[in-house]
Write a protein that binds this ligand. Structure first.
Ligand code: ACK
Length: 215
C-alpha cells in the first residue's frame, strides 16, 4: 500500500548512544589536537586547503553520530523500498549492536571513524554500497562503513564514506602511506593530499541501536 512508500526514512543506520557519542567526540578532539600540533602536519598543510590550523573549528558537527547502512532519501534513492522490506532489516529494527571503531581519519573535507562490521552486521549492509561509490574497483563489502564526525564548510556528509574508500583503495593498490609517528591513540599514517589516519591500538567498542532517521 502507499503507506509504505511514503513512510520510508531519510536513512537507516546504527545510532550511537549519547554517552558513546560524547566519548567518540572526545576521542576525535584528541586526534585533532594531536595531528594539528605535529610539525609534519604543518609541513603538509600546503598539500591541501586547511585554511585554518584550528581543526576543531574547521570541522563542523553534523548531528547525531551514526553509521549509515542505507541512504533512502525518503524512497527516492535506488533500492530504498527493497532494503526497507528486507526481512533482516525488519527483524533487526530497534535492536542493539556493538560497533567496533578501528581508525580515525581526517581529510581536507571530512573527519570520520572507520567501522569494522561483523558478519552479522554485514547482513544489514546493502550489496552495492561500495560499487555505487567506486565502480571501477572490487572493494570488500563494508569497507565504506564509517561514522561522520565533522565536515569542512560546504561539504556534505556523504563525502566521509567516499574519503574512506579512497584510503582503502589506495591500500589495496599497494600504497600503504607513510608512517609518521605513534600517537597515544595509535600509529599515524599520512596518505598524501592532506589525508591522515590513526589506527586505534585499542579499537573502540560502541553500543548502537539499528534504527532510522526521518529528519
Ligand atoms: O555521514 P553519513 O553516512 O553520510 O550520514 C549521512 C546521512 O546519509 C544523511 O545525509 C548519508 N548519505 C547522504 N547521501 C548518501 C548517499 N548518496 N549514499 C550513501 N549515504 C549517503 C550521509
Amino acid at each position: 500500500c502507499s503507506m509504505v512508500e511514503t513512510s520510508l526514512p531519510f536513512y537507516f543506520g546504527w545510532f550511537l548512544c549519547p554517552t558513546q557519542q560524547e566519548k567518540l567526540r572526545n576521542m576525535a578532539n584528541e586526534f585533532l589536537s594531536a595531528v594539528g600540533s605535529l610539525e609534519a602536519f604543518k609541513e603538509h598543510v600546503g598539500d591541501c586547503k586547511y585554511e585554518l590550523m584550528n581543526l576543531q573549528q574547521y570541522f563542523q558537527d553534523k548531528g547525531v553520530l551514526h553509521c549509515t547502512t542505507k541512504f533512502c532519501d525518503y524512497g527516492k534513492a535506488n533500492g530504498a523500498k527493497e532494503y526497507a522490506e528486507k526481512q533482516v532489516v525488519r527483524e533487526s529494527y530497534g535492536s542493539k549492536a556493538d560497533l567496533v571503531l578501528t581508525a580515525l581519519f581526517l581529510t581536507p573535507r571530512t573527519l570520520g571513524a572507520q567501522v569494522s562490521l561483523t558478519e552479522a552486521q554485514l547482513q544489514l549492509w546493502p550489496e552495492d554500497a561500495e560499487k555505487e561509490a567506486v565502480q571501477s574497483a572490487d572493494l570488500p563489502r563494508g569497507s565504506r562503513a564509517h561514522v561522520t564526525l565533522g565536515c569542512a564548510e560546504g561539504v556534505d556528509p556523504v563525502q566521509t564514506g567516499l574519503d574512506l574508500l579512497e584510503v582503502v583503495l589506495q591500500c589495496q593498490q599497494g600504497d600503504k602511506g607513510e608512517h609518521v609517528q605513534d600517537l597515544e591513540l595509535g600509529p599515524l599514517t599520512y596518505y598524501g593530499k592532506g589525508v591522515w589516519m590513526v589506527k586505534l591500538s585499542e579499537p573502540l567498542n560502541t553500543p548502537a541501536i539499528f534504527s532510522s532517521f526521518y529528519g
